[in-house]
Design a protein around this ligand. Structure first.
Ligand code: MG
Length: 160
């Protein structure tokens, strides 16, 4: 008997000067970063929400509120590690993750493989079970105008 769950996550952050640009746990050299209470890692946040949603554990804001100074400028991979502790303590294993970044600039292609490697380590699964994609929004909306970055993530969990 295998229990199986699907989770979905979404996040967005606004570009800001004098901020780091960290996506999928990878530091990306760029003139702008993302405004946030934490390091603003929009992809990791979407992945956290997908995992928490799949396990019926509410959302990232519930576990890491932005009113808590503990998480000020926090490395989001630490948040994801804590989310994975919640998963494993309940017997959930990641089956696969599929996610998409939406942004005009900078180009993500040089960093995608590193993101997949990082996420596979954090999610304790093989890189073949992880997909990270990036696309523009054809100049439409806030992502198209270059105001920020959006990320969506779908995850499946299994419990033996
Ligand atoms: Mg966020």
């Amino acid at each position: 008997m295998v229990d199986f769950r699907v989770g979905f996550g979404y996040d967005s952050h606004r570009f800001a000067p004098d901020r780091p640009l960290v996506i999928g746990g990878i530091a990306i050299p760029y003139e702008l970063g993302l405004a946030a209470h934490s390091d603003g890692d929009v992809l990791i946040h979407a992945v956290c929400d997908a995992l928490l949603g799949a396990a019926g554990l509410k959302d990232i804001g519930t576990w890491f509120p932005d009113t808590d100074s503990t998480w000020k400028n926090a490395d989001s991979t630490v948040l994801l590690t804590k989310v994975m502790e919640l998963m494993t303590s309940r017997g959930w294993q990641v089956n696969n993750l599929d996610c998409t970044l939406v942004l005009e600039k900078p180009k993500m292609k040089p960093y995608i493989d590193d993101m997949v490697t990082k996420l596979s380590e954090l999610l304790q699964t093989n890189p073949e079970n992880i997909a990270v994609k990036a696309k523009t929004n054809e100049k439409m909306g806030f992502t198209g105008a270059g105001e920020g970055i959006a990320a969506v993530a779908a995850v499946t969990l299994r419990k033996q």
